[in-house]
Write a protein that binds this ligand. Structure first.
Ligand SMILES: Cc1cc2nc3c(=O)[nH]c(=O)nc-3n(C[C@H](O)[C@H](O)[C@H](O)COP(=O)(O)OP(=O)(O)OC[C@H]3O[C@@H](n4cnc5c(N)ncnc54)[C@H](O)[C@@H]3O)c2cc1C
Length: 450
């Protein structure tokens, strides 16, 4: 069967796209969604097994629908969760909200188009007759569509070192994918844990350890040793920022933003003012300045932009102050077996080599910033000339409509939604941006389907 739209991927981007298509397409249309995720809609972010893992965006900005901003807050209220628009809900609840929203839409929209959920991984693809793209699935089947939406997210970053010399016993203490929380059950309460990477994933893992009764020491190692900053309970109003008046040279731009922060008295109001305009700012930057940003400013941007809920930060900060958690800045060189695991690293700004001992090494180096190397499907599509990698290694090249530019306008249309489009939009990894993009892609597809 040839579908009007095939959505590949099954995280938030995919479900947001499907919800929009169901609303916009005629009843005669058909959609297939192909995903290897056990819970459609949850992806890595919202499939957490721990209720304590929280959203890092207030509930009032997490609605699935940009034109119905209260949708998630109302869902929380109906489920008697004592949370308002400014609170940070559980990510587990958010996964349930996405599931419920989709189920409700499919139940109540009458008449509606056909929607098929196919639990499989797309492993390869082929363009047929110049009009459709067929995907080969790991269950042996094939499906084809006239419009394709790639919602593949970004794979987990691999550990930046070669572990092949470690014995199976030692490797069993290296946690490559911390989202499989089963590793927590194997940790002794007083073990020594070394977490590589100091972003939001690290904070999640520290809190998860603590919730499991862990009382041992955690050493965090990352290149700059910078950890995320906090949201505040009563934030100042977001500052009005005129993006067109900002300089586009990175050094001058950062200088201007620092000046605004001093004027406002809280850098958060500058970041909050910039937040909805970041895409516009990114579009104005020449490629050389985008490269400069990625090389020099990215870690600073990340800790100011991707903040944690105030009480989550409070808990983490108290563990730092008590000495249970310590953060070191350095470049990891290798891991060898000793009395446990021995990590050698070069401390930041020094030429000597230091070492630390641990019973566990946990990879929290975060999501790969969407290259295409993590995905065999994307590599295959690139090989066939169906997509091109973004020149800054920020996903794939798309135009302002999130569509992959192709030499002919008549063939099948390929779109991408989510972090794979970071080269074009930069600020496209979180719900407030993805939901808008999913709506626009839904409208573009619906415009061409009779
Ligand atoms: C831990 C964590 C917490 C976060 N918290 C927040 C938050 O509080 N607020 C916020 O706005 N954003 C948050 N984010 C950002 C989050 O990435 C987005 O909100 C959103 O979940 C991204 O969804 P996605 O569908 O684009 O990607 P993903 O969730 O990664 O989903 C991609 C899906 O595609 C599937 N897939 C990949 N390749 C194939 C293939 N070949 N065939 C079939 N299926 C395939 C994968 O299995 C996966 O299920 C968080 C992210 C993480 C990792």
């Amino acid at each position: 069967m040839i579908y009007d739209a095939v959505i590949v991927g099954s995280g938030f981007s995919a479900i947001a796209t499907v919800c929009n298509l169901v609303e916009l397409l005629p009843a005669s249309a058909s959609i297939a969604i192909v995903g290897d995720d056990p819970g459609f809609g949850r992806g890595t972010a919202y499939r957490t097994e721990l209720y304590l893992h929280r959203l890092n965006v207030p509930a009032g900005r997490m609605s699935l629908y940009p034109d119905r901003p209260d949708n998630f807050v109302e869902w929380l209220r109906e489920r008697k969760r004592p949370l308002g628009a400014g609170d940070f809900a559980s990510r587990q609840d958010y996964g349930l909200y996405i599931r419920d929203s989709l189920a409700e839409l499919l139940r109540h929209k009458k008449p509606r188009c056909r929607v098929d959920f196919i639990k499989a991984k797309a492993t390869g693809c082929v363009e047929r007759y110049g009009t459709v793209i067929g995907f080969l699935l790991d269950n042996g089947n094939e499906i084809a569509g006239r419009n394709i939406v790639l919602c593949l997210g970004v794979g987990n970053a691999k550990l930046p070192i070669d572990l092949s010399a470690l014995s199976p016993r030692a490797l069993a203490h290296v946690v490559e994918n911390p989202w499989r929380l089963s590793w927590l059950r194997r940790v002794e309460a007083t073990d020594r844990v070394c977490i590589l990477g100091s972003g939001l994933t690290m904070i999640d893992q520290v809190l998860a350890l603590s919730a499991h009764g862990f009382t041992g020491k955690v050493t965090v190692l990352s290149r700059r040793g910078l950890a995320p900053l906090d949201h505040v309970r009563a934030p100042k109003l977001a500052m009005e920022i005129d993006v067109a008046a900002l300089p586009t040279r990175m050094s001058e731009l950062l200088h201007a933003l620092r000046r605004e922060s001093r004027t406002s008295g809280d850098w958060r109001s500058v970041m909050d003012g910039l937040r909805p305009k970041t895409q516009a700012l990114w579009l104005r930057l020449p490629e050389v300045e985008r490269r400069r940003f990625l090389r020099h400013a990215l870690p600073w941007w990340n800790i100011h932009r991707h903040r944690v809920a105030p009480d989550v930060f409070g808990k983490f900060d108290s563990m730092i102050r008590s000495g249970q958690v310590s953060i070191r800045a350095g470049y990891l060189l290798d891991v060898e077996e000793s009395n446990g695991l021995r990590l050698r690293y070069r401390p930041r700004g020094r030429s000597d080599i230091a070492a630390l001992e641990a019973d566990w090494v946990v990879n929290c180096t975060g999501m790969e910033r969407a290259g295409i190397s993590h995905s065999p499907l994307l590599r295959e599509m690139q090989h066939q000339g169906l997509i091109e990698a973004d020149p800054l290694n920020l996903g794939i090249t798309v135009d302002a409509q999130s569509r992959i530019p192709r030499s002919t306008s008549s063939g099948p249309a390929i779109y991408a939604v989510g972090a794979l489009t970071a080269g074009q939009f930069w600020e496209i990894t979180a719900v407030p941006d993805i939901r808008v993009q999913a709506r626009k892609v839904g409208q573009a597809i619906a415009g061409g389907v009779q």
